[in-house]
Structure formats: C-alpha cells, structure tokens
Design a protein around this ligand. Structure first.
Ligand SMILES: [Zn+2]
Length: 179
C-alpha cells in the first residue's frame, strides 16, 4: 500500500467510526506496516473484521488487520515461472528472490540445529523468518562467534573463521586437503 491508499483507508474508517481520528504520525505508523501488503488484501481483511460485533464501535487494531496477510513479495503469480527453494519447497517468481531466500533458509536451518544442540532450545522457522535481515544477521553472527569460542572441534572452528575472514589460497587448500 502507498500513502494515498492509507489516507483513503483512514477516511473510510472515519466515516464508519465517528470516534476515529488520525494524524500524519498515525499515517506514517500505519504506512510503515501496510506498505508491504496489497491494498485489496488489507481492505478485504478489514471489511471482514468490521462485520464482527467486536468491531461495531471501534475499529480493529492495525496488528489485527494485518494478521495472516501474505506480504506482496511473498505472493506468487502462477502465470509466471516459479522457482522453488530446494530446502523448504517455497516458490518464487524470480531466480534472484529464490536465491536470496535460499541463503536465509540455509542459515535459518543452521541456527535452529545449532541452538538445539548447544542451548537445548527449540526455535521455529516462523520466528526466524519474521526477523528483519539485519536482526537475523546479527543473531546468526552472534551464534557463529559463540560456537567458534566454545566448540572443541578444530575443523568447525576453522570453518567459522573462514566465514568471517576468507582464507588465503594456500590455507584454504591445506584445510580442504586435510579433511
Ligand atoms: Zn527455503
């Protein structure tokens, strides 16, 4: 959704809920969440919610309106080519998106496996995919550093070191040959 569509949405809410009012700050807040969704999906969800008794006097919260919606970039156009992630079978319309997802998907699996192994804690793919790229990257690097400092497995230590500091040719060669 774009700014204009958010304003339209607010005008629609104002007509339906006399107590509802908005400011430019509210527009910014809603826009930051709504921009990743299709306007038609948002309107459909909102209208369904408005039909419920619970929302006869006050409009549903933003978090309720977007619950369960699929972000635009995750929607698949079945008239186009579809590329599948070989780890989780999710489909994408472009090879680039699929590759980008594949990297994250592999790291997510790694984080789940290693967190279970080292911390006996179960993480879900859902929560790890819900993180922003920066947030996930930070978590992933933190875990790698932790393992690097705690593992007794020298080859694992070296593999992690190589992720952060790609080795010179000779070192990479001797590492690969010693396995
Ligand atoms: Zn995947």
């Amino acid at each position: 959704m774009n700014r204009e569509e958010v304003v339209d949405l607010f005008e629609f809410l104002e007509i339906n809920y006399p107590s509802f009012s908005y400011s430019s700050k509210t527009i910014d807040t809603w826009l930051s969440e709504l921009q990743m969704f299709d306007v038609d999906d948002v309107k459909r969800n909102l209208k369904e919610l408005m039909a419920e008794d619970l929302y006869s006097k006050t409009p549903p919260l933003l978090s309720r309106i977007i619950r369960g919606l699929t972000p635009k970039k995750e929607k698949i156009d079945f008239t186009k080519n579809i590329y599948f992630c070989s780890r989780c079978n999710r489909g994408f319309n472009s090879k680039e998106e699929c590759d980008e997802h594949f990297n994250r998907c592999s790291s997510v699996d790694y984080v789940i496996r290693e967190t279970r192994k080292w911390f006996k804690k179960e993480l879900t793919r859902k929560e790890l995919f819900a993180m922003s790229d920066e947030e996930f990257q930070e978590r992933y690097c933190k875990l790698l550093h932790w393992i690097q400092n705690h593992t007794q497995n020298e080859s694992e230590k070296t593999r992690i070191e190589f992720i952060f500091n790609p080795p010179k040719k000779e070192r990479a060669k001797s590492f690969l040959e010693s396995r």
